[in-house]
Design a protein around this ligand. Structure first.
Ligand code: FCB
Length: 453
């Protein structure tokens, strides 16, 4: 990419998530999360892998921060495991768990790296999932409205402890993916397959965001949320394909962004879903969601989505392959320009209501043991070209955090998909920087030089 396109102060970073790297799931009073339980289900995760040890980052965080310091990043996006802090998701705070994040933040600051924590990256305390403990007749986890209030309480606890050193916070990671994979299809924890009846969990997550955002802002902190967004391509110009693409866009993108920026839900009539999302939306909720002004919108981009007219009576769209482009080791289509399309589209759609954007994830899986990872360098370079083009088109993007620093536990894929700038040998926990690590370090250093000179 042409580094002249990236303004001074543009933040370069890397991204991870607690359950994917920390391990130490039974240590220092951490309670179980829905992922600890889900990984024990027969066939839930490839190879029966679990996050019990993962990258052992809980014990090796100093070494990992050192890797980041050498990389030269400005920022580190990580997530906080709620069950380390509140083992039962409510009530007593576990000081030992808080202590870990305290040390991590201090280590980062000493290395000159700004911490950017995400409060919820899918590892809900299991105690909140179990309906009998959730105090809710509706079911557990995010099906329960009460979980939104518990989340805000936990956000306040974290802000009180780290707010003196951590200026900006991300509330949720990808509520779309959590709703659809976790509650609609059941391929992620908590493994519920409710199809469209999963939609109350989308609303409760957004409500949780709004309540948590208010708690953070009361303490003078800046708030972001991270959405997984995709440009939606209609299979043709025909009206049936175009209508299907609009329906999919409403479900994947607008359902999670319109309430925040416009204070209303998109039209889901094509899905036959009631406006109140099966009774979940109560009067005043949208004000709570849209009220706290976002300091930024986090965008995770991996690929576009191609949509055609419905073929299954249960859904108003059909997802189609994007066959004519290269694919990552994970099988995801590689379309760098999709990032430009997405960003320009957000600016056109939301106009003045759109806050500054930070790319909070973007990256790719490469084949198992490749330390010379040219395909990842090509992927990142292509996407940064697209980001530069979006900046030239006037989109306000403030930072780019690549996914991921380390190979890690890739959810239902276990350790089979490797996204790291740094290779991890999961037998020995040996870290080996890949070629892409050197390439990214060089890029960050060149940008710094350019802007200093
Ligand atoms: C995103 C997740 C992240 C990681 C990447 C590959 O959807 O937020 O945890 O698994 O995909």
């Amino acid at each position: 990419p042409n580094l002249h396109d990236f303004p001074a102060g543009f933040r370069w970073g890397v991204s991870t998530a607690a359950y994917q790297i920390e391990g130490a799931v039974g240590e220092d009073g951490r309670g179980p999360s829905v992922w600890d339980v889900f990984v024990g289900r027969e066939g839930a995760v490839k190879g029966g892998h679990t996050g019990a040890v993962a990258c052992d980052h809980y014990h090796r965080y100093r070494e990992d921060v050192e890797l980041m310091r050498e990389l030269g990043v400005d920022g580190y996006r990580f997530s906080i495991a709620w069950p380390r802090v509140q083992p039962a998701g409510r009530g007593p705070v576990n000081q030992a768990g808080l202590g870990f994040y305290d040390r991590l933040v201090d280590e980062l600051l000493a290395a000159g790296i700004t911490p950017l924590p995400t409060l919820f990256h899918w590892d809900l305390p299991q105690a909140l999932e179990t309906p009998s403990n959730s105090g809710s007749a509706e079911g557990g986890g995010w099906l329960a409205r009460d979980t939104a209030y518990r989340f805000a309480e936990y956000a306040g606890i974290m802000a009180d402890r780290l707010g003196d050193r951590v200026p900006a916070w991300i509330t949720l990671n990808e509520p779309f993916v959590h709703t659809v994979f976790g509650y609609a299809l059941g391929v992620h924890a908590p493994g519920r397959a409710l199809m469209l009846e999963a939609l109350p969990t989308a609303h409760h997550q957004l409500l949780g965001h709004g309540l948590a955002a208010a708690a953070l802002q009361e303490r003078g902190l800046a708030v972001l949320i991270t959405n997984n967004l995709t440009p939606v391509w209609a299979a043709s110009d025909g009206p049936a394909d175009v209508a299907a693409a609009q329906a999919y866009d409403a479900l994947h993108n607008r359902l999670f962004t319109d309430p925040l920026l416009l204070g209303r839900y998109p039209d889901l009539a094509a899905f036959g879903v009631p406006d109140d999302l099966y009774g979940a939306v109560r009067p005043g909720d949208l004000d709570l969601i849209a009220g706290p002004r976002l300091a930024g919108l986090g965008v995770n981009y991996y690929n576009p989505t191609r949509i055609g007219a419905p073929t299954d009576p249960a859904l108003p769209f059909t997802q189609l392959d994007i066959a004519d482009v290269p694919h990552t080791a994970f099988g995801w289509p590689i379309v760098p320009d999709g990032l430009r399309q997405l960003l320009v589209g957000l600016k056109e759609l939301y106009g003045a209501a759109l806050p500054p954007i930070t790319i909070t994830e973007n990256g790719c899986a490469v084949a198992e043991e490749t330390v010379p990872d040219q395909p990842r360098i090509d992927y990142l370079a292509g996407h940064l070209d697209a980001l530069a083009a979006a900046l030239r088109e006037g989109v306000d993007v403030r930072g780019y955090y690549t996914w991921s620093l380390l190979d890690n536990f890739e959810w239902a894929e276990g350790y089979h998909q490797r996204f790291g700038l740094v290779h991890v040998d999961f037998e020995t926990q040996q870290r080996t920087p890949r070629a892409s690590y050197g390439w990214y370090r060089e890029l960050i250093a060149r940008h710094r030089l350019l802007r200093a000179g």
